[in-house]
Design a protein around this ligand. Structure first.
Ligand code: G3H
Length: 481
């Protein structure tokens, strides 16, 4: 809750965008630096959040909902004034197109507005009473304590605020750690946090996750872990927490969403949705389509059209108009794509589109890969990048088995034109994933819809009102009548 001058070590922030240096070398552009905080600062941030919580007696947790809403509206005004700066930082830091960086910012403001509206209708006002068996009770929603929030690099602002904002609005105090990529963009918002909220309510920790986060959790003083990231990290972190204390978790994790394309699908529509679903922001979305299962009778025309659509995508720099494929965060990501592609090729798959898998520094040309089979990395691993694996099936049961045996359970897309056939597939699928999309790609929005996952894909639900519930508990005051 205070702006603290930093005189310690800093790390250079590199953009995904590469430039040719004077000596001819191609290197990622240096765009700024951020503090490398250590255990001392982590402890200070946690202590500030614990003090502001003060066993639920702090100024923020005891404030009325109306007062908290006023503080948040003040924050929103200050944040809106930083739009251009934050948008440009998103673009430079993670290589998201300028148009999509603007969308991320605006969508975040809309998300906050929708959360404020949902809060007004939540069962937390003191005029709500229940009567039963001679008792009368006043029911309200109360905060949980100190929340540790961490978002991912692909939606650094939106997904961090998807937990931070509802956590704050419900009266919790927060420590938040910006993602490794997508971290500078929070700097213009620090003053807004400081001005809008009481001291210690929002604490921004610029520390490497591996140093700070296990320590925060081991303290036993964090009540809720809110992470949108990988299930591996979530499992590791949960283990750091002392067993004697309960840790709640709100987690948005890995996904390997599949599209199932039936023989009677409208192919143009399916191709359009699959390209957008698999390759928006280079496939770096948890909701991206990461496996396409296509009926054998239509797989060849499907591949032909999909390959042409992928070749038509505009590859370039994030500030260019209409650009669709932009640089990946660093060489480690292009190396992963190469490795997954090599593995698929070694095991019998081909790259269907011209030049698929070619790269130039951090720019990677999307590759359509077919036939992808069990045993290849691409069959089960979440590629989180511009690789589009396709497998074919004869019997729909094979496609359903892919979903049933997956470790993930976020979403599925289903393409077909016979309503009865689609209808018959909904029930088996909706008990395996949390959203079945009919003739459309997988996606999170509209953000008022529930956003959840089964198996290794999530814990808790993150729509607007569900998130408010996730960061609070229903409590009551009861008396005999
Ligand atoms: O990475 C996960 C995001 O929540 C995806 O959101 O489907 O709107 O791109 P989106």
């Amino acid at each position: 809750g205070e702006l603290v001058p930093w005189r310690g070590e800093c790390r250079t922030v590199l953009s995904p965008v590469c430039v040719r240096q004077a000596d001819g070398r191609v290197a990622q552009l240096e765009i700024g630096s951020v503090p490398v905080m250590g255990v001392e600062e982590s402890d200070q941030a946690l202590a500030a959040a614990v003090r502001a919580w003060d066993h639920g007696r702090g100024e923020w947790p005891t404030m009325s909902t109306a007062q908290r809403i006023a503080c948040m509206q003040d924050f929103v005004r200050r944040m809106a004034a930083q739009r251009d700066t934050v948008v440009r930082l998103i673009m430079w830091e993670i290589g998201k197109s300028l148009a999509d960086s603007r969308k991320e910012f605006d969508r975040t403001l809309e998300y906050i507005e929708a959360t404020l509206a949902a809060l007004k209708n939540l069962d937390n006002d003191s005029s709500r009473f229940a009567q039963a068996e001679g008792f009368i009770g006043q029911i309200r929603r109360t905060p949980l304590g100190v929340v540790l929030c961490m978002g991912p690099y692909n939606y650094p602002l939106n997904e961090t605020f998807a937990t931070l904002i509802p956590a704050l609005l419900m009266g919790n105090t927060v420590v938040f750690k910006p993602p490794q990529y997508g971290t500078l963009l929070f700097a213009p918002l620090l003053e807004a946090f400081r001005s809008a909220f009481p001291p210690g309510v929002v604490n921004t920790l610029y520390a490497p996750g591996a140093v700070a986060v296990p320590r925060l959790l081991a303290s036993g003083q964090v009540n809720v872990l809110a992470l949108i990231g990988s299930s591996k990290v979530a499992d590791h972190l949960k283990k750091q927490h002392p067993r004697s204390h309960r840790l709640r978790a709100v987690l948005g994790l890995d996904a390997k969403n599949a599209a199932i394309v039936l023989p009677d699908a409208d192919l143009d529509l399916a191709v359009r949705e699959c390209v957008a679903g698999a390759l928006s922001f280079n496939g770096q979305r948890c909701t991206a389509l990461k496996m396409l299962l296509v009926h054998r009778s239509i797989v060849q025309p499907f591949l032909q059209r999909l390959s042409a659509a992928i070749d038509a995508l505009k590859i370039g720099m994030p500030w260019e108009d209409g650009v669709q494929i932009t640089p990946l965060p660093g060489p480690h990501r292009t190396a992963y794509m190469d490795e997954a592609l090599r593995d698929a090729r070694d095991k019998g798959a081909r790259v269907i589109n011209a030049g698929g898998g070619e790269s130039c520094a951090t720019l990677y040309r999307p590759a359509l890969v077919y036939p992808v089979r069990e045993g290849m990395k691409l069959y089960r691993e979440e590629q989180f990048g511009p690789l589009v694996p396709v497998a074919d099936f004869e019997d729909i049961e094979e496609a359903l088995q892919y979903v049933v045996t997956s470790e993930h359970g976020q979403q599925v897309s289903l393409f077909g034109s016979d309503p009865a056939r689609l209808g018959a597939l909904i029930d088996p699928l909706v008990n395996q994933v949390c959203r079945v999309n009919l003739n459309s790609q997988c996606q999170r929005g509209p953000d008022v819809f529930p956003f959840a996952g089964r198996k290794d894909s999530a814990e808790g639900t993150l729509s607007v009102s569900d998130a408010l519930r996730a960061f609070s508990i229903r409590s009551m005051v009861a008396a005999r009548q």
